[in-house]
Ligand binder design. Structure first.
Ligand code: CO
Length: 135
């Protein structure tokens, strides 16, 4: 079952340039920066109420975030839903005819398992399903 929106992923060119925007202009506090090798990104986490913002900076030219920035520029990249049954949720999405980017969960930020649904099958919204974890 989907429990909540876990986080919004936001693609940025440089974390060091984007973090001050959220800290100074909105008064949020960057909690941690983490590199996620499997996704070729560095992430900065902010907590906003019961959900989070995940700023994403590419660490390689072939990072999915590098491609996104090149095609569309900085902006909202994905919506992540926390679920208590990631495998069941993936099966449900597949059964509903959605295209899975990850047929099986992969390690994400914060020690979570994550899987992405292709935006071409979700009305243009890259959708992440994730387990509950540290974040
Ligand atoms: Co995410």
């Amino acid at each position: 079952m989907i429990q909540r929106i876990d986080h919004l992923g936001i693609a940025v060119n440089k974390l060091e340039e984007a973090i001050p925007l959220y800290e100074k202009a909105l008064g949020l506090k960057c909690e941690r920066i983490e590199e996620v090798a499997t996704q070729k990104v560095r992430t900065a986490f902010f907590t906003v109420g019961g959900t989070h913002l995940e700023l994403l900076e590419p660490t390689a030219e072939d990072s999915p975030i590098a491609k996104f920035l090149k095609d569309r520029g900085e902006g909202v990249h994905h919506v992540a839903f926390a679920t208590d049954d990631l495998l069941g949720q993936l099966a449900q999405a597949k059964g509903a005819g959605l295209r899975l980017i990850n047929e099986a969960p992969v390690p994400g930020a914060g020690g979570k398992q994550v899987a992405f649904l292709h935006p071409k099958s979700t009305r243009g919204v890259l959708t992440e399903l994730c387990t509950d974890g540290q974040h």
